[in-house]
Design a protein around this ligand. Structure first.
Ligand SMILES: C[C@H](O)[C@H](O)[C@@H](O)C(=O)CO
Ligand SMILES: [Mn+2]
Length: 424
């Protein structure tokens, strides 16, 4: 492929700038706004959600699955950090990393309820050196005490207490991240608990879940360091009939406890869209967390692409002026392709969606809507689709010293040859 020259990019941008200016859109302001939006790269794409608790760690239970056996999975936290470094070099802007509890540098057996900030000190040093923020997720799966499908809703008090302690330990780790890095860590709780077949008692697990969460959140942590989020789900694999932590449950919980609600875009019925839910939830919540995923027929965690729904989500964030209230993380795990490329494709798609939304003449569109001129509204929405957005994106990448167009793929291929292919 012939690389595009700086001169070509600048010439394309000059024309695009004029086209947008004619609609009252300031492309420079859009790029400045985009540069201030961090996307959290979910570290678990790099290790197929296996973690580093032992050399032969596997993803088990949890109603989730990483499919594929593409070579090059990160087998240690060092390998994962190297892969993240490579991905971050190819994504314009300054971003964050979102960790699972199972991804620490443990140096031996550490039980989940005994995890401490020191098990993540290498991650903190790494993030500090790069000026990155870190987010965190307790891991309520791949563990003998979760094998029966119950964690925070377990009828076994000992098991429940164990998982409550894991949640408490996770918040302390999140707090340490926030203190070390000067940016609050979003600590997000997702549990798989549910039932494969029709339960007769839907009530008790939910009552237990509320009690367990209250115990985890009992200690008030400074919001400058740690922000708590809860993530609901429609169903998990093998848990098709009932999920204790449903969306209604967590919406009520987050509103009453004044914490963050997490919407994972793969966690709803395929006909439901998160883009329509954001403004509803944000009427009652101060802040939210988004897990940007792509379900194909079910919560299949495919790599995020610039889909209509991704664009609709970005439009809602920009139109509603929610960007300072919504934290954005990616969340997918595809083991059938180069994992570094998966991060890059997902993050660049998210950023493209945001840039497209930032380039929208929202006030003009709203004027049409308020005047009942739905003809002009629809006509303009369609015309906007063919404006020269791509040249603004190219220019943004150039200015952010990130590869323009598909040039990033050459670098990933090179990394695959020299680093990933050497892994057994
Ligand atoms: C591995 C994570 O905890 C997970 O992706 C969670 O956020 C989720 O979405 C489970 O389906
Ligand atoms: Mn998620």
């Amino acid at each position: 492929m012939q690389p595009i020259t700086t001169q070509q990019i600048e010439a394309g941008y000059a024309l695009a700038k004029e086209r947008y200016a004619a609609l009252g859109v300031d492309t420079e302001a859009a790029m400045t706004a985009l540069a201030a939006i961090p996307i959290a790269l979910h570290a678990w794409q790099g290790d197929d959600v296996r973690g580093f608790e032992s050399a032969d760690a596997q993803l088990t239970g949890g109603g989730i699955q990483a499919t594929g056996n593409y070579p090059g999975r990160a087998r240690t936290a060092d390998e994962l950090r190297a892969d993240l470094d490579q991905a971050l070099r190819l994504i314009p802007g300054k971003h964050r990393v979102n960790l699972q509890a199972i991804q620490g540098d443990f140096g031996g057996k550490v039980e989940r309820n005994n995890m401490r900030p020191e098990h993540f000190s290498r991650w903190m040093d790494w993030a500090k050196e790069r000026g990155l923020g870190l987010d965190f997720n307790p891991s309520y799966f791949s563990h003998p005490k979760a094998d029966d499908g119950f964690t925070l809703t377990s009828r076994d008090e000992g098991n429940r207490q164990f998982w409550i302690e894991h949640g408490i330990a996770s918040r302390k780790i999140g707090e340490a991240f926030g203190k070390a890095l000067g940016t609050p860590c979003v600590t997000n709780i997702w549990i798989p608990d549910g039932s494969k077949d029709i339960p007769v008692d839907r009530k008790s697990p939910r009552e237990l879940l509320a009690r367990s969460l209250d115990a985890i959140l009992a200690e008030k942590l400074d919001s400058r360091y740690n922000l708590d989020a809860v993530e609901g789900k429609l169903f998990g694999l093998g848990l098709e009939s009932y999920t204790a932590g449903s969306h209604e449950f967590y919406l009520g919980y987050a509103v009453t406890r004044k914490i963050l609600l997490c919407y994972d875009t793969g966690h709803f019925h395929p006909t439901e869209v998160v883009s329509d839910k954001l403004s509803a939830a944000l009427t009652f919540l101060d802040q939210m967390l988004l897990h940007i995923s792509r379900g194909v027929r079910w919560d299949s965690d495919h790599v995020v692409i610039l889909s209509d729904e991704l664009q609709a989500i970005a439009q809602e964030l920009v139109r509603g002026k929610y960007l300072n209230r919504v934290h954005i993380s990616l969340d997918f795990f595809d083991a059938s392709m180069n994992r570094v490329a998966a991060w890059v494709i997902g993050a660049r798609s998210m950023l493209k969606a945001l840039l497209l939304a930032l380039l929208e003449p929202f006030e003009s569109l709203r004027t049409f809507e308020n005047a009942g001129d739905y003809t002009a509204r629809l006509a303009m929405l369609e015309e906007l689709k063919t404006l020269p957005f791509g040249t603004v994106w190219d220019y943004y990448c150039l200015k952010q010293s990130a590869p323009v167009g598909a040039q990033w793929l050459d670098e990933v291929k090179q990394y695959e040859k020299t680093v990933l292919a050497q892994r057994g």
